[in-house]
Design a protein around this ligand. Structure first.
Ligand SMILES: Cc1cc2nc3c(=O)[nH]c(=O)nc-3n(C[C@H](O)[C@H](O)[C@H](O)COP(=O)(O)OP(=O)(O)OC[C@H]3O[C@@H](n4cnc5c(N)ncnc54)[C@H](O)[C@@H]3O)c2cc1C
Length: 393
């Protein structure tokens, strides 16, 4: 490894300082205060990340376990959630106050706050792009774009959907994302429509390429984060990724008026959790967040999983347990249920039944929201409620 020149040795090198990477640093420093933790990111912070900005409260719960409290106490809450299916007459629009509302926080703010919590506890942040990972009997190291080698006991790859760390491990070690399990979404910021103020709005389409939906999430400053996402349907004959313009058209069709005055329009892929076979570590390299394809296949939420997997990876890196086992215990049951839920919502009848059941029973509504936000399951009351709705026709 010496051919790469200057070497440094860290207890943990984390590639990517988004929610997964900063959480990994926090997990490690909570496990062993004083550990030598380096965070590498190619971007200068604060930085934007294309996202819907919806932050599940469960992500804050995880951060509290590593001593980060009150992170968003000053941030407004959009307490209500509205779910509809556009173009499906007779299917109710469901709107309720969420039992635990998600907050809508632009990522330039959220990621900066989690990162600062990590650097306040002693993590060192360095701007650098990682282009390779080397692992041998002597340990592990990352190679930066200028050829410098940085060595560590453990590396966490938290470098997002296009992870270089994952790529460097090779397709034999980490199987590629399965076909048809990547989504693409466009987001923009636009003046919030009066009828969407204080409400997080999800509008499903009647398309067969579901899960696909448009959203409007009020930021609390007169703007909403608006967007539309769908599967990149590798089954279609066209088989192409829809253009940004087409995704914006779909948003406007489903939520008319939302794109007026839209700024910061950008698109990004989402590697859904249905697309990988649960390979979360290879030797001394652990993958977290989008790099591990931990994105909810129904809603596209990934911040909670990023924070959870990051904290567990950081703890494991400093001797706090086996990463795969801890992450599996925390998530495998939930992931199975979201996989099933993603198949169910492809059926019009079942999606409509879920909405009818949610309209009738706030318990069902809460459980459905929890499947999409964090660690929920298809509970008995969801299944029973949907069964009743189906029987009622
Ligand atoms: C349009 C859209 C809407 C979404 N809406 C929501 C939502 O409302 N709620 C939700 O919970 N989730 C949402 N998601 C998913 C969410 O954005 C991701 O799951 C989340 O950002 C994952 O965090 P991460 O830390 O794993 O990766 P990222 O946030 O992508 O961070 C990765 C970091 O790695 C750095 N990096 C990348 N490559 C390198 C390299 N080679 N060397 C050094 N640094 C590198 C990047 O600069 C970046 O800072 C959405 C995604 C999209 C695309």
């Amino acid at each position: 490894m010496t051919q790469h020149g200057l070497e440094q040795h860290w207890d943990l090198v984390v590639v990517g300082a988004g929610p997964a990477g900063s959480a990994a640093a926090l997990g490690a420093l909570h496990q062993r205060p004083g550990a030598r933790v380096l965070l590498l990111d190619r971007a200068d912070f604060p930085r934007d990340k294309v996202c819907g900005d919806g932050v599940a409260p469960h992500a804050l719960d995880v951060l509290e376990t590593v001593g980060v409290t009150g992170l968003l106490d000053d941030w407004p809450v959009a307490p209500r959630l509205r779910i509809s299916v556009v173009g499906a007459p007779g299917v109710p629009v469901v709107e309720e106050a969420m039992s635990r509302p998600a907050q809508v926080v632009p990522r330039a703010v959220l990621d900066e706050r989690i990162l600062r919590a990590a650097t306040d506890r002693g993590a060192v942040l360095r701007r650098a792009r990682v282009r390779d990972v080397l692992q041998d009997g002597a340990g592990v190291g990352v190679v930066l774009s200028d050829g410098e080698l940085v060595r560590a006991r453990v590396v966490v790859g938290a470098d997002g959907a296009h992870s270089e760390v994952r790529r460097a491990l090779g397709p034999a070690a980490v199987p590629p994302q399965k076909r048809g399990t990547t989504a693409i979404a466009v987001r923009a910021y636009a003046p919030v429509l009066p009828e969407h103020d204080g409400v997080q709005v999800l509008a499903f389409s009647t398309d067969t390429d579901r899960p696909s939906y448009a959203w409007s999430f009020p930021v609390g400053d007169g703007r909403a984060n608006v967007g539309f996402g769908q599967l990149v349907d590798s089954r279609s004959s066209a088989g192409q990724t829809p253009t940004r313009a087409r995704l914006l058209e779909r948003l406007e069709e489903l939520l008319p008026g939302t794109t007026a005055g839209a700024e910061q329009v950008a698109g990004h892929p989402l590697p859904l959790s249905t697309g990988r076979s649960g390979v979360w570590s290879v030797g001394r390299v652990l993958l977290a967040g989008d790099a591990a394809s931990l994105v909810n296949p129904v809603t596209g939420e990934g911040i909670y999983y990023a924070v959870l997997s990051g904290v567990l990876a950081g703890r494991a890196a400093l001797g706090g347990g086996r990463y795969d086992r801890m992450l599996g215990e925390a998530l495998v049951g939930h992931l199975r249920h979201t996989d099933l839920a993603a198949r169910l919502v492809r059926s019009d009848r079942l999606l409509h039944a879920a909405l009818r059941a949610s309209a009738r029973d706030t318990g069902v509504f809460d459980d459905v929201a929890d499947i999409g936000l964090a660690r929920g399951r298809l509970t008995r009351r969801v299944v029973t409620g949907m069964g009743r709705a189906l029987l009622a026709g």
